[in-house]
Design a protein around this ligand. Structure first.
Ligand SMILES: N[C@@H](CCC(=O)N[C@@H](CS)C(=O)NCC(=O)O)C(=O)O
Length: 234
C-alpha cells in the first residue's frame, strides 16, 4: 500500500494541532490523521520531531515539518488556494507580527492562567485582558483579521479563543473574556465559528476539558510540593 502524501501527527485536545487541521481543511487538502500518545511518545513522533517531540507534525511526501506556525505557512506556500497570508510582503510582515503577538502575549499567558492560582493567576488574567484589548483595536470592526476571509491570525487566535477560552475559564475558575468589553472580538468569534471548515473540525470540548483539568491538577500539586521542599530547606 502506498503512503498517503500528507499525514498529520496530532493530539485530540491540542489547540496547536487544530491550527494545522483548519489550514488543511480550508485548503481542501486530503490527509491521514494519526493520533499520538504524548505520555509515551512513539518512535514516529520522536523520529519526526526529535528536538521538541511535540505535535503537530505535518509529513508531506515523507518529509516532516514541526511547529504549528511553520506548518500553516508551509501549507499556504504549497497550496495556493484560499490564501492565509497576504501576498504583499509588508502586509505579510504585519500579519506575522500580529500572530507572534497573539502567541507570546495571549496563548502563553492563557496557558499560565489555567495552571496557576492566587495572585499569580490574577496577574496573568490581567495580562490576557490587556492583550485582548490590543486585539480588539487591531480588529477594528473587520470581519476577520485576514479581512473578508479567515487568515493566519484568525487561525492562531481562534485555536485559543474559539477552542480553549471557556474551558480555561471553567477549569481555572476565572473570567477573562467579556463580550461587552470586547464586542468586535465577540462578533469575530461568531463569524469564525460560522465557517463550515472551522466548525466541522472543532475538537470535542470533553477532550480539551480533561486535558486542561489534568494540567491544572498536576501543576498545582508540583507547586505545592516545591513550597513544602522550600519550607523544609529554609
Ligand atoms: N510551539 C509548538 C507547541 C506545540 C505543543 O506544545 N504541543 C503539545 C500538545 S498541545 C505537545 O505536543 N506536548 C507534548 C510535550 O510537551 O511533551 C507549536 O506551535 O506547534
Amino acid at each position: 500500500m502506498s503512503m498517503p502524501e500528507v499525514r498529520l501527527l496530532g493530539a485530540k485536545h491540542s489547540p496547536y494541532v487544530q491550527r494545522a487541521k483548519w489550514a488543511l481543511k480550508l485548503k481542501g487538502v486530503e490527509y491521514e490523521y494519526q493520533e499520538q500518545d504524548l505520555l509515551k511518545k512513539g518512535p514516529v513522533l520522536v523520529q519526526c520531531n526529535p528536538i521538541h517531540k511535540k505535535v503537530p507534525v505535518l509529513i508531506h511526501n515523507g518529509k516532516p515539518i514541526a511547529e504549528s506556525f511553520i506548518i500553516v505557512e508551509y501549507l499556504d506556500e504549497t497550496w495556493k488556494n484560499h490564501p492565509l497570508l497576504p501576498r504583499d510582503s509588508y502586509q505579510r510582515a504585519m500579519t506575522r507580527f500580529l500572530a507572534k503577538f497573539v502567541e507570546e502575549k495571549f496563548t502563553e499567558v492563557m496557558q499560565q492562567v489555567v495552571i496557576v492560582d492566587g495572585e499569580n493567576q490574577e496577574k496573568e488574567v490581567n495580562n490576557a485582558k490587556e492583550a485582548l484589548e490590543i486585539l480588539e483595536g487591531e480588529l477594528k470592526g473587520n470581519k476577520f483579521f485576514g479581512g473578508e476571509n479567515v487568515g493566519f491570525v484568525d487561525i492562531v487566535l481562534g485555536s485559543i479563543i474559539s477552542v480553549c477560552l471557556d474551558v480555561i475559564e471553567e477549569v481555572g475558575g476565572v473570567k477573562v473574556f467579556d463580550s461587552q468589553k470586547f464586542p468586535y472580538l465577540a462578533k469575530w468569534n461568531e463569524n469564525f465559528l460560522e465557517i463550515p471548515a472551522i466548525k466541522e473540525t472543532l475538537p470535542e470540548r470533553g477532550h480539551v476539558l480533561r486535558y486542561f483539568s489534568r494540567a491544572r491538577r498536576f501543576n498545582l500539586a508540583m507547586a505545592a510540593k516545591k513550597r513544602r521542599v522550600k519550607l523544609l530547606d529554609g
